[in-house]
Design a protein. Sequence first.
Length: 235
Amino acid sequence: MSKLQDYVTQSNYIVFFGGAGVSTESGIPDFRSVDGLYNEKWKYPPEVMISHSFFKRKTEAFFDFYRSRLLHLNAQPNNAHLALAALEKAGKLKAVITQNIDGLHQKAGSENVIELHGSVWRNFCLKCKESHPVSTVTNAAGVPLCNCGGVIKPDIVLYEEQLDDDIMISAMDHIARADMLIIGGTSLAVYPAAGLLEVFKGERLVLINKSATHMDKMADLVISDNIGDALACFV
């Protein structure tokens, strides 16, 4: 922790790249751990139920799963979210790049948040493109419909869908400019998001994750701990 604090002191352009492990301490399950969504028993595999083809083919079943397992609207930020917001306020952290869709970074106070996979808080009509609050999805019985009759889709990137080019370019630009990159709460198994890290040319690469990743040997500092505990000193 002392080395992490020294790194932060020495750095002027810190970027954070995070995954599902950032939000598990807020009670939101991840995907690949023992208690994750991929190890739960469903009629269809979870990775199938959050795919574009399943959304198109079995829309009502998609929303049943989505509302029951992917919406955690009452979740609150944990020490990881709060620490990153504090580092941004202090002028050290320039961007949070997240694979999460829960909006907890913004709830904690972070302003420059790049959401690679979208957000459950944004929803739009596939027919007329009108925006809808998340309550339209939660209050619907079955498939949520717009006044025009179109299906309302959460603004999240499903399996089989491409990431937004502009968002990817913004993320790459911040990582390329960073003198310190903190990677936290991610197994770095999801591409193309994980491939963004290849553009980092800075001096300090920090990995914070409970389990090992394929990039551990490349890091300047590896912390095998809960990310909330690791960053609590900055709250």
